[in-house]
Design a protein around this ligand. Structure first.
Ligand code: NAP
Length: 311
């Protein structure tokens, strides 16, 4: 390919921005589409304590602002245009925007991340923003001296519950089994926090309240017994769904919708399309692993472009 290839990155979390740094430093002038949540999930978190290089931790938003500035410094172009669908059937790939424009890409790095999951209850939907939330960092502040519940048994749920104890007078952690999935360190944090009460073997059947949350109707997952828990807020911490809707069925996915990449690389099922970060990672889902795979995607994309030139 003699002319400058059109290199497009979708997503502005650690994976997309790291891919941008590498591709920009390689002189490939990437254009990065930031998506609906610039900075990705880390902007919804507070302190990040496990990203190497920050002895005393760093705020998630600051980490992303710095990484974005770093990508910009080397010549990444940023766009806020919203991509609503894609045609990957031939190259250049076509990305359709919400304004009816077509963006062409010779190489595509998908780093669209994942979005929080909901229980799927009608009452949960009705009371969203009125006491039901999937983001403790965003909404925890509103529950000062109130009682809240968090659903889930993984690291996210415990992280949310622990964070919420900064504001709430009491946090009830509700899990559907009698064993957490979360790491031992996180579990210990929940067990020793006096503001956290743990309810095992309970499922949320209904969020109670008309204009605001007043409680939860729970069902014991072993005995089937019903109970009511009085709370002012409900936070979901039950995992995430990969953001792949704009690709339809064009790319190979696993049973839960995560993009499949060739083991040890970021190649997807379509040559020239690479995937990095949470959109293709149902296991690690860490900022550092996302950044690492963003780097891999950039290097894979560079090599792939070189192979076109040679071929
Ligand atoms: P996760 O590990 O998949 O855990 C989801 C939890 O929600 C599970 O306990 C699951 O129950 C429960 N759940 C799922 N659907 C449910 C439903 N419909 N009703 C009730 N409960 C439901 O997700 P995650 O906690 O978001 O963590 C994802 C990854 O990110 C993990 O690898 C985790 O280690 C990582 N992470 C790390 C940190 C950190 O290190 N600071 C923070 C957050 C996340 P079951 O256990 O019964 O399946």
């Amino acid at each position: 390919m003699n002319k400058q290839p059109r290199v497009v990155i979708l997503g502005s979390g650690p994976a997309g921005l790291t891919a941008a740094i590498y591709l920009a430093r390689a002189g490939l002038k990437p254009v990065l589409y930031e998506g609906t949540q610039p900075g990705g999930q880390l902007t919804l978190t507070t302190e990040v304590e496990n990203f190497p290089g920050f002895v005393n931790g760093i705020q998630g938003g600051d980490l992303m602002d710095n990484t974005r500035a770093q990508a910009e410094r080397f010549g990444t172009e940023f766009s806020w245009a919203e991509i609503v669908s894609t045609d990957l059937s031939e190259r250049p790939f076509k990305l359709h925007t919400s304004e009816g424009k077509d963006i062409l890409a010779d190489v595509l790095v998908i780093a669209t991340g994942a979005t929080a999951r909901w229980l799927g209850l009608e009452s949960e939907k009705r009371l969203q923003g009125r006491g039901v939330s999937a983001c403790a960092t965003c909404d925890g502040f509103f529950f000062r001296d109130l009682e809240v519940a968090v659903v889930g048994g993984g690291d996210s749920a415990i992280e949310e519950a622990t964070f919420l104890t900064r504001f709430a007078s009491k946090v009830t952690l509700i899990h559907r089994r009698d064993e957490f999935r979360a790491s031992k360190v996180m579990q210990a944090r929940a067990f020793k926090n006096e503001k956290i009460e743990i309810l095992f073997n309970k499922g949320v059947e209904e969020v109670l309240g008309t204009d605001a949350v007043t409680g939860l109707r729970l069902r014991d997952t072993v005995t089937g017994e019903e109970s009511v828990l009085k709370v002012d807020g409900l936070f979901l911490g039950i995992g995430h769904t990969p953001n792949t809707a704009i690709f339809g069925d064009q790319l190979a996915k696993d049973g839960t919708g995560y993009l499949i990449t060739t083991p040890g690389s970021t190649h997807t099922s379509i040559p020239g399309v690479f995937a990095a970060g949470d959109v293709q990672d149902s296991i690690y889902r860490q900022a550092i692993t996302a950044a690492g795979s963003g780097c891999m995607a950039a290097l894979d994309a560079e090599k792939w472009l070189e192979s076109l030139e040679e071929g």
